[in-house]
Design a protein. Structure first.
Length: 272
């Protein structure tokens, strides 16, 4: 499998003991969170993923769900992170994505801490180093795209352009991220039924734009994204609070928004 060979080769070239892939889903939509996942494929699991793991954008929702369950069954580990629409508007989408990626990586590191990689000691795919305890300093993290995660000095990183089409680890992360975010948007569609989030997953389709025009934005909409920015963002600025902060000598970039605190989404339905 070319994607698996890519991972094994890049691991060998960098003399890495472990390899982790990171990808995100949801940078472009007008609503909902951006979600990132970090994935680790144990060496003995590659054989079971030969015809399953691929770039999530090339898989149908049904195939992604199928791949998600197969990866869990065969011991593929993942950690995920996210940034809400409010966090995206308070900073920017790139910063929010880095935050989600960093959180995903940290969660996966915690899972792998003090574990050995190969659970099947008889597997010919395992090497002696695979059975060593997990050490972040020996773990190479592949990031999909052309940016490394900002302010993540303790993570050994390498960016891979079009990584979800080259690396099995990144492709696995992309499937996890896309599946989890899709499930999240389905839950949000029940909370905000006027927008059909379960259909377009927050992307700017014609139907979604019409729903916003009819109902106005909900707390899950990203008000700094066009076409919402010009019409709805000025109405959301708390000028009184902003003046108070300036008078107190606090410099704050970005806008302060009138928005109810977003309720947390239950994590378990997203993962299983």
């Amino acid at each position: 499998m070319p994607l698996c060979r890519f991972d094994l080769e890049i691991k060998r070239k960098n003399n890495a003991v472990r390899l982790i892939g990171i990808d995100e889903a949801g940078r472009g939509p007008l609503a909902g969170p951006v979600v990132a996942c970090a994935a680790f494929i144990p060496p003995e699991s590659f054989q079971f993923l030969r015809n399953i793991v691929n770039d999530s954008k090339k898989l149908s929702p049904h195939k992604r769900e199928e791949a998600f369950l197969i990866m869990l069954k065969h011991g593929v580990k993942h950690g995920f992170g996210w940034a809400t629409a409010e966090e995206i508007d308070r900073t920017d989408i790139l910063s929010a994505t880095f935050k989600a990626m960093n959180d995903a990586c940290i969660r996966l590191f915690r899972q792998l801490q003090n574990e050995t990689v190969c659970h099947d000691k008889t597997s010919t795919a395992c090497t002696e180093s695979d059975n060593l305890p997990f050490n972040p300093a020996e773990t190479l993290v592949l990031i999909d795209g052309n940016h490394k995660i900002r302010n993540a000095r303790d993570i050994w990183q390498q960016e891979v352009i079009d990584g979800d089409a080259k690396s099995a680890s990144i492709a696995a992360a992309s499937i996890f991220a896309k599946t989890i975010r899709d499930r999240w948007m389905i839950l949000l569609s029940k909370k905000y039924p006027g927008y059909s989030f379960e259909k377009h997953k927050g992307y700017g389709t014609a139907a979604h734009i019409r729903a916003i025009e009819q109902n106005g934005p909900c707390p899950e909409h990203r008000l700094t994204f066009a076409p919402l920015k010009q019409k709805y963002l000025p109405m959301s600025i708390q000028t009184h609070e902003e003046k108070k902060r300036k008078n107190a000598g606090i410099q704050k970039s970005g806008k302060i928004r009138k928005r109810k605190k977003q309720e947390s989404i239950p994590v378990q339905p997203l993962l299983f």
